[in-house]
Design a protein around this ligand. Structure first.
Ligand SMILES: [Zn+2]
Length: 88
């Protein structure tokens, strides 16, 4: 797994910061004001993938509620994992 440092979300470049998020009790965080996503650096590739998709969805579709974002990210991750499209 390559820890990418930036990504385009809704035409805006976002910084991606990989760090320990133990204190925040989250696997990922999205900061709309500064176009930044933070991902727990100790996640395995599948969970990192799920968290990146989750935070992407928060930024791309900000009006969608948490439970729907959670479900959509899980479904996308499961589908691509079943198809062996996620590197471990
Ligand atoms: Zn969320």
């Amino acid at each position: 797994m390559k820890k990418i440092r930036s990504a385009i979300i809704n035409d805006k470049r976002h910084r991606i910061v990989w760090r320990k998020l133990g204190r925040e009790k989250a696997d990922g965080l999205a900061w709309p004001d500064i176009c930044q996503i933070e991902i727990e650096e100790r996640l395995n590739p599948i969970d990192a993938f799920d968290t990146l998709i989750h935070e992407y969805l928060h930024r791309a579709l900000p009006d969608i509620e948490e439970d729907k974002v959670y479900k959509m990210a899980n479904e996308i991750t499961n589908m691509l994992d079943k198809a062996d499209l996620i590197k471990r």
